[in-house]
Design a protein around this ligand. Structure first.
Ligand code: SF4
Length: 500
């Protein structure tokens, strides 16, 4: 029996024959990466934008492959002048769905659409497989194009997406690959008919995608388990990590202390040996330079492959929410926040509300200054009449991350100073795990659903509550971190935190 194949199965085979084998014979061993929800959403939106460019196009939307094949044949027989989307073809039991087929000069231009902003190597084999199956099915192709997102496109509004995609003619480039497709098919089938390939984890496991079978293959290869305190716990080690590994060190506790010259590295080693958290009093000294009121600020942002607001570009970082805890005097907290769920461009109201909240003086604590400062600087560029107060806010920002990294470590942080890793070690009463939105990617998904036109009002209200609770906890976490670094005891009362 010849195994049925598809473009994605052949791509899995090209990444690693074992990946295809596992995908077909042992799919239950795979663990899908969580990041793909956003990627799928980007791909869908780009597909919709392409279809909008060809209003007389016909979408083959049947899910069942046989139905899709029949629909494709019918439409092509009776509407030779109409572009087709998701047209379905099969040859030698290899099934493909073409993103777009555009009639030209009595033939068809095959367009493979990608949400990325540049051509990647695996796109070429993608196009080659599509073109081979189309041609073998009897279709005359005038050209093969790859249409990828043009990062320089600025959306003028009004649903006008002309220029969003950059079309690149790959007809000549993929020709040598097209002739290799029959060989790929034959070898892929031979792989499937045989036992599990004896392939161990290597560079192919992450290129072009993270393989979902990594855990299975690592276990099967009997890779040594990581020590309890591996060398990766050392932040910014430069060449040191490779040197220590070359000398046979695997566990930080075994490294001679004199090999660690950075104080933060020595602290991590001491913590590994003692099992006790360490806090350097220098953190409190550094924080004592900052008076009151103190502001603790955090932003949430989103990127769209297909811009939805006039004047924005593909994948531009767009802020939509902030939370700010204000500590007017030691321990006296109030919480302010902004979230625009209207579906309109939130940036200007975001900036205006931020300016109103941030007052004129006092440090503005952020965690990892690069993100918040660059967001504010971009807002200042976009809204010149708000530029002065926005730049003043950027100038008042103080980064808590290096303070934490240089002066605090707890064994449970496992080498990470992300606020989500730090918080449980100093404020176990605050827990992201109890929230419906627990990290930035979830916040982006929730926001996308919040502003989607079809979202019901009750669901919107729920999403709004969830987003506000998440961002609020981010800034409360910064308050608690600061107090911990200063050696101040006590948790803020619920009435002052915004969590009550
Ligand atoms: S984890 Fe690596 S070796 Fe295993 S199937 Fe995937 S790509 Fe192949």
């Amino acid at each position: 029996m010849a195994y049925g194949l598809s473009k994605s199965k052949l791509q899995a085979f090209l990444q690693c024959p074992k990946r295809l084998w596992l995908q077909v014979h042992r799919p239950e061993l795979g663990k899908l990466a969580g990041a793909s929800a956003a990627a799928i959403q980007h791909g869908d939106r780009v597909g919709e934008a392409v279809r909008a460019l060809f209003p007389n196009g016909r979408l083959i939307d049947a899910i069942d492959p046989i139905e899709a094949l029949l629909d494709t044949q019918l439409v092509m027989a009776f509407h030779t002048d109409r572009p087709l989307f998701e047209a379905t073809f099969e040859h030698d039991k290899v099934l493909i769905r073409a993103d777009a087929l555009v009639p030209e000069q009595g033939k068809y231009c095959l367009v493979e659409v990608k949400a990325s902003t540049r051509i990647k190597d695996y796109h070429l084999s993608d196009c080659a497989i599509q073109a081979w199956v189309c041609r073998q099915s009897g279709l005359s192709l005038s050209r093969v194009e790859l249409a990828h997102v043009n990062s320089g496109f600025v959306y003028p509004g009004g649903g006008d997406y002309r220029g969003l995609l950059r079309h690149v003619d790959l007809t000549g480039v993929i020709e040598p690959l097209t002739s290799r497709v029959p060989g790929w098919i034959e070898t892929a089938r031979a792989t499937l008919e045989d036992g599990e390939p004896a392939i161990g984890p290597n560079a192919q496991c992450h290129t072009p995608y993270d393989c979902p079978f990594l855990a299975h293959c690592a276990e099967a290869a009997g890779l040594p388990e990581e020590s309890e305190f591996p060398l990766r716990l050392l932040p910014h080690p430069g060449k040191l990590k490779a040197e220590l590994e070359a000398e046979g060190y695997r566990d930080l506790r075994e490294v001679p202390p004199e090999r660690l010259t950075q104080s933060k590295h020595r602290r991590i080693q001491r913590v590994a040996l003692s099992g006790e958290a360490e806090l350097d009093p220098a953190a409190a000294a550094a924080l004592s330079e900052h008076g009151y009121p103190r502001y603790y600020l955090d932003f949430e942002s989103i990127q769209f492959a297909v811009p939805c607001w006039a004047g924005t570009r593909p994948y531009q970082q767009l802020v939509f929410q902030w939370s700010c805890h204000v500590e007017d005097s030691p321990g006296e907290l109030r919480q302010l926040e902004f979230l625009d769920g209207s579906g309109d461009d939130p940036r200007r109201p975001f900036a205006e509300a931020l300016i109103a909240a941030a007052g004129k003086r006092g440090p503005i604590f952020v965690y990892n200054i690069g993100f918040e400062r660059s967001c504010v600087n971009r807002l200042a560029e976009s809204f010149p009449n708000l530029s002065a107060p926005l730049l003043a806010i950027a100038g008042r920002m103080v980064d808590l991350l290096p303070l934490a990294r240089n002066h605090y470590y707890h064994p449970a942080m496992d080498g990470s100073w992300s606020i989500k890793s730090v918080l449980p070690t100093l404020a176990p009463d605050l827990d992201y795990q109890t929230l419906p939105v627990q990290h930035g990617a979830m916040a982006q998904e929730a926001y996308a659903e919040l502003i989607a036109p079809g979202t019901a009002p009750e669901r919107r209200a729920e999403l709004r509550r969830n987003l506000l609770a998440y961002c609020r906890l981010d800034t409360l976490a910064m308050v608690r971190l600061t107090w911990h670094l200063e050696g101040r005891a006590g948790a803020p009362s619920p009435s002052g935190t915004g969590l009550g």
